[in-house]
Design a protein around this ligand. Structure first.
Ligand code: MG
Ligand code: MG
Length: 248
């Protein structure tokens, strides 16, 4: 069952989304060579708490961090630790904030210092895929239409689409129905209705779409060690379009 949110729930989801987006903005000046991912995690924890929310990912299935920090060939679910960011890295920061029982979920990929043109393109193209996926959303759109739109962009730039990890509904739980894959066929899958809230999150790789899980049982990496990018917004479905809840 895909839940339709009430006005009150939408108000709380807007606040949770705003805190999530604001946490990204808050971190931005700290994303520099030399900082550790644990320091970014601590900054996020303190900021989210200061806003009257809690980090959605902390203790989720036992995840130890408040945010996910995934560098270069790490796709998602990187655990914050002592690794220092280096000039030329890219880092994916995935943030969830829970406010009065409702969640916001947004990931973004950031350059660290000066990055190569190849990486600049990967970031721009994956962000383009996110907004292309969002652009088809309105009441009546089917989930397959979103994945189709995303994979069209991925194919255009010859990027690998990660298939094992998908977007999802968002509400009282950070991961609700439906699954929102980054591939699909037009006119297939569940039909969106006004009041549904979903997270759309393309994960695109410069090389193979294949991934595996590291020995820490969390960090997902690309099989060929090529870099991966991830962009995600949580959005409310409306009659004629969508509202980004995790705006920056
Ligand atoms: Mg998500
Ligand atoms: Mg996320």
């Amino acid at each position: 069952m895909i839940s339709i949110k009430s006005e009150r729930e939408i108000e709380l989801l807007r606040i949770a989304g705003k805190i999530t987006g604001d946490t990204h903005n808050y971190l931005l000046p700290y994303i520099k060579p030399g900082i550790t991912t644990k320091e970014l995690d601590d900054l996020s924890y303190n900021y989210i708490i200061s806003r009257g929310a809690t980090p959605s990912f902390k203790n989720y299935d036992g995840f130890p961090g408040s945010i996910c920090t995934s560098i270069n060939d790490e796709v998602v679910h990187g655990i914050p630790g002592n690794r220092k960011l280096k000039n030329g890295d890219i880092i994916k920061i995935d943030i969830g904030a829970c406010y009065k029982g409702y969640h916001g979920d947004s990931a973004w990929t950031y350059p660290v210092g000066k990055i190569s043109t190849r990486l600049e393109n990967l970031l721009a193209q994956t962000e383009e895929a996110l907004f292309k996926g969002l652009s088809v959303i309105k009441e009546g759109t089917r989930i397959g239409d979103i994945g189709y739109a995303i994979s069209e962009i991925a194919n255009k730039y010859h990027l690998g689409v990660v298939k094992e990890l998908v977007g999802h509904g968002v509400g009282r739980d950070i991961h609700e129905e439906p699954d929102v894959p980054n591939y699909g066929k037009k006119n297939t899958g569940p039909i969106l209705k006004e009041g549904m809230v979903i997270a759309v999150e393309p994960m695109l790789n410069l090389g193979t779409p294949n991934i595996f899980i590291e020995d820490d049982d969390w960090t997902i990496v690309t099989a060929d060690e090529e870099p991966s990018a991830h962009f995600e917004h949580t959005v409310l479905v409306t009659k004629d379009g969508y509202e980004i809840l995790t705006k920056r």
